[in-house]
Design a protein around this ligand. Structure first.
Ligand SMILES: [Cu+2]
Length: 105
């Protein structure tokens, strides 16, 4: 009897943890033809954005004072986890007309 009550309590705890909305996600941004796609993403604090370069020339992902990737060759990726809310504008340091923004809320 006591054992089944304990088991029930454990099950409830698992269900509550499973329902926690603070589950970090990974959002993908691709680089195709000198363009970040999508150019704007909205994520939650704790989420990670991964950029992958599909062009056959190198690109970078740079957000001044926040993060800076190395030159990404074809199919290379760069990831950054956003720990604080805000708008993170970024660009490619090799082609500064390539821009994007990550909105973290
Ligand atoms: Cu570039």
């Amino acid at each position: 009897m006591i054992q089944s009550v304990l088991r029930g309590a454990g099950l409830v705890a698992v269900l509550l943890l499973g329902a926690t909305p603070l589950r970090a996600e990974t959002i993908k941004v691709t680089i195709d033809n000198f363009t970040f796609t999508p150019a704007q993403v909205t994520v939650k604090v704790g989420d990670t954005v991964t950029w992958t370069n599909h062009d056959d020339i190198p690109h970078t992902v740079v957000s001044a004072g926040k993060y800076r990737s190395k030159a990404l060759d074809t199919d290379d990726s760069f990831s950054f986890t956003f720990a604080a809310a805000g708008d993170y504008k970024y660009f490619c340091s090799l082609h500064p007309h390539m821009t994007g923004v990550v909105k973290v809320e």
